[in-house]
Write a protein that binds this ligand. Sequence first.
Ligand code: NAG
Ligand code: NAG
Ligand code: NAG
Ligand code: NAG
Ligand code: NAG
Ligand code: NAG
Length: 470
Amino acid sequence: MSAPAITIPQEKHSKIHAPAPKTFSFPNNSFLKHSLLFVILFISLLIFLQYKALQSPLHFSWPLLVSRLSDQDLTSRLRNSVTFLPIKDLRFSKQPESGHTWFMSSVNDTFEPNDSEYLYFPSNSSKGRVLCLSAHDRHDGGKNLYAFAWREALPHGATLLPGLTYVSDTYYDHSNLWHGLNAIVPFIGWNMRKGCTAPARWVLFHWGELRAEMGKWVKSVAQMTIGNVEIETFEGIEGPACFEEAVVFRHNQGAMSKARVREVYDRIRCKAREFCKVEMEKIRDKKDVQMTLYLRTGARSFKNESVVVRVFEEECRKAGNCRVKVEKTDNLSFCDQVRLMSETDILVTPHGAQMTNIMFMERNSSVMEFYPKGWEELAGVGQYVYKWISDWAGMRHQGVWRDPEGPPCPDPTDMLQCFFDFKDRQIGHDTAYFSKWASKVLQDMKEFKQSISIKGEYSSATSTSSCQCG
Ligand SMILES: *[C@@H]1O[C@H](CO)[C@@H](O)[C@H](O)[C@H]1NC(C)=O
Ligand SMILES: *[C@@H]1O[C@H](CO)[C@@H](O)[C@H](O)[C@H]1NC(C)=O
Ligand SMILES: *[C@@H]1O[C@H](CO)[C@@H](O)[C@H](O)[C@H]1NC(C)=O
Ligand SMILES: *[C@@H]1O[C@H](CO)[C@@H](O)[C@H](O)[C@H]1NC(C)=O
Ligand SMILES: *[C@@H]1O[C@H](CO)[C@@H](O)[C@H](O)[C@H]1NC(C)=O
Ligand SMILES: *[C@@H]1O[C@H](CO)[C@@H](O)[C@H](O)[C@H]1NC(C)=O
């Protein structure tokens, strides 16, 4: 009688073994027969396991023949394999702001429509790993380090900080009103899109150097818009700090769309008024125009304030339904400034940091700006920042006046010294020009106010909708 035929299943995907014959004829010897059967079964089992192994993500070949790493060994190897890189990559020193930037240069930005480029961890871009920082240095970004690690295998001595961390790197700084604002705007946008919950902490970098503080004004804006600002300085943390979740912005407003930037400014304005308990219905008149002269003392003050005030008072009187308020920039609290800007339709003010507050004005309100001699030629693009902010926040920048008079530059060969000389000078006046200019801006504003009171579109951006999350 003939021996039974064993059919070895054809393995479609397995490319490792040679084609097996379909049938075997067994010799008549019973011992040999059984041994052969056993060997064939064993080989089939190995082939089957190999086939399974190839399908699984870990390509262990011949698992029965290779000693397997214990979970502990594997975790230990992963821990030791975490690679720390300098947070400031000097290979990008010629392009510290563009592309990857020199900050965490190994990671590509994530782009989402209308938003600033960002990095988020853990995510696919980090293969599910969390961000770890070993970053105590406040003078050299090259000495601060970053790495990615799996939560189950954090580097030795690491501390896992729970919750969401905002990590900000800016080429400028977090203290100056203008630069600080630009650094926090993308976080406000992010916060709005993610349900408006405050992060557990902020980590601040300037050129990759750790910073312990935000400017007072910048912090106030962050605090009332996003919530409590806790700045992490890693004091008392010996080893690396790893973050359960972290979002990193390193391009300021970057690729944010104009509409998104405006939403952020609407939210800042609304939250500031809410925080400062500004009641718009009480402080603003539907018909009357308020012209505010917001004057500096010392650097960039008007040489003859009383003459300047008189010119604007006169034009206001002529226009009718108009009042003038004169305020000094020093000694106004944050909320005093929010209130003053909220009630102002037309702001008359010399160029200076106090102008960052124009974002608290209603949309469509007007700004008139004044410079001392020498700025146009010497100050570079920085002199236009308040025109930009007007544009972003929805104000109407109605032009500038530049003082043509004053002593010449002491040494025209040294332009930098020249600018220092001009920078903080006082500002003169041109009463004829001021009158004409004020009259025009007042007329525009009166027409605008009439149009909105007819259409009932009063205080659009004040409506509580921009204070709500969504
Ligand atoms: C980053 O993007 C560049 C160009 O798009 C690409 O070549 C590179 O592989 C990316 N790097 C990572 C880590 O994804
Ligand atoms: C981006 O902005 C444009 C124009 O405002 C808008 O049409 C589009 O829906 C926005 N996309 C997202 C994803 O928000
Ligand atoms: C991450 O990768 C997984 C698997 O490749 C994919 O299914 C998922 O959509 C990715 N998530 C994002 C946010 O890209
Ligand atoms: C300001 O100008 C007025 C009118 O020209 C003049 O009477 C006054 O003395 C000036 N004040 C100062 C401080 O120069
Ligand atoms: C501002 O306040 C300080 C201290 O509170 C005071 O010394 C100074 O005189 C004030 N300046 C003005 C212009 O009111
Ligand atoms: C107010 O300004 C915004 C831009 O900030 C503009 O879209 C809007 O039409 C203006 N409103 C009126 C009533 O003119």
